[in-house]
Design a protein around this ligand. Sequence first.
Ligand code: HEC
Length: 201
Amino acid sequence: MNRSNLKAAAFAAAAAALPCLWQAGATPALAQEPAAKPAAQAAKVERGRYIVSTSGCHDCHTPWIVGPKGPEPDMTRALSGHPESMTLPPPPKADGPWVVTAAATNTAWAGPWGISFTANLTPDPETGLGKWTERNFRETIRSGRHMGRGRPVLPPMPVQVYRNWTDADFEAVYAYLQSIPAIRNRVPEPLPPAAPVAASR
Ligand code: HEC
């Protein structure tokens, strides 16, 4: 091969490589973009599901029933909070070191802070988190105040634990909670410690 043949061969090789580069780089990236986004979202939702399932959210936000294996969260009402249809008598009087009482559903709690009812975390727009942004969710838990500026989030909601989540964790949990079936269930407002008669809602 003489010099000009070499040059021609190099040029041909480069020209042949160009479409490859173009294919390897630009085209697949463009072609994959619509598919990659749902995949990333699905991974986020899956991570959120994992965090929720290992962080006890169902323990308090899904009403418990007595099933064939004993008491367990009723997953047909997953994360829908304290059932609005449930009428409760006043809690027993706190006695000595026994200061906290929980209803059988594990969704209503009486203690020195009064009576609190676990929130509806499903995406129902009126009674759940349907209108919450990811920021509302993150700021509520990070600050321990409703929406980051309202009233304090009452016990036993473990904000002091979940506030240690990373931004990515908050995004994942929020994405998961927005992906679950919406359940309409209006949870009552908490009652102050002095309330003489408890939550019949
Ligand atoms: C030990 C019980 C308990 C556990 C576990 C728990 N929560 Fe709660 N959560 C509560 C109670 C009680 C309330 C209502 C507090 C109030 O009215 O101030 C609440 C309220 C909330 C609120 C609403 C706060 C507001 O200001 O409106 C969000 C959001 C929330 N919880 C998310 C979660 C998530 C997500 C998990 C799991 C990672 C979780 N909770 C686990 C008891 C719990």
